[in-house]
Write a protein that binds this ligand. Structure first.
Ligand SMILES: [Cu+2]
Length: 225
């Protein structure tokens, strides 16, 4: 008394036959490509940069190998092709796993921060009686570090002043000898626009922007409890 399953949907079979392949194939593959692309970009955005690079490269290499295997064996069975496709998708699956588990979230957060005002310290260097920048961004109300690298043949320092008159200093860094570098411990400074210069060569100068940290960095940067 077992009804055969194939008998229950003769219509389905007919419909399948009537939709011409030239219509199904492009639409179907477009949908699949879109889904894979969206899923894949979600994965790559959720893992640290290095992991994302590895996953992308591994997937590309896998695709190449899998597709060439399929191409060189035209009479491969459908099951075999599916198997190869599954193998091809391993890196994506592993990547999804990593993204879900949240591997290396610390790294990703650190990279986020690099975009905004540097909370964990910034780097300035000097060469040819010039700083490599005329803009220094610091987080407001938070002690930070400026790593100063003197690549020049003259002594330099970094000092931060209220304004261009360079009378009222908020920080006065020790002079750094040629070829040396130092970590200046900058005290907490309230938000505002300031001025920095080399006291030995006041023509070496620029603006200091002290601003509250952007939203992405808030989670890690906040020390207040
Ligand atoms: Cu100088």
């Amino acid at each position: 008394m077992n009804a055969q399953p194939t008998r229950q949907d003769p219509l389905l079979g007919e419909v399948r036959f009537r939709l011409p392949l030239p219509v199904i194939l492009p639409i179907g593959s477009l949908i699949v490509i879109a889904l894979v692309a969206i899923a894949f970009s979600q994965i790559l955005l959720n893992v640290p940069k290095e992991v994302a690079t590895v996953i992308a490269l591994a997937t590309a290499a896998n695709l190449l190998v899998a597709l060439s295997v399929i191409a060189t064996r035209p009479q491969m069975s459908r099951a075999r092709i599916l198997e190869v496709l599954a193998v091809m998708l391993y890196p994506i699956i592993i990547g999804a796993g990593l993204a879900i588990v949240g591997v290396g979230e610390g790294t990703a957060a650190g990279e986020h921060q690099a975009g905004g005002p540097a909370a964990e310290g910034i780097a300035v260097s000097a060469a040819n009686v010039q700083f490599d920048t005329d803009q220094i961004a610091l987080p407001a109300d938070e002690a930070t570090t400026i790593t100063f690298d003197n690549e020049d043949s003259a002594d330099h320092n970094i000092a931060i002043y209220e304004d261009e008159s360079a009378r009222q200093d908020l920080f006065k860094g020790a002079t750094v000898a040629p070829g040396d570098s130092t970590n200046y411990e900058i005290p907490a400074i309230p938000a505002g626009e300031y001025y920095f210069q080399c006291d030995v060569h006041p023509s070496m100068n620029g603006d200091v922007t002290v601003a509250a940290e952007g939203e992405p960095a808030e989670g890690e940067g906040e020390t207040a409890s």
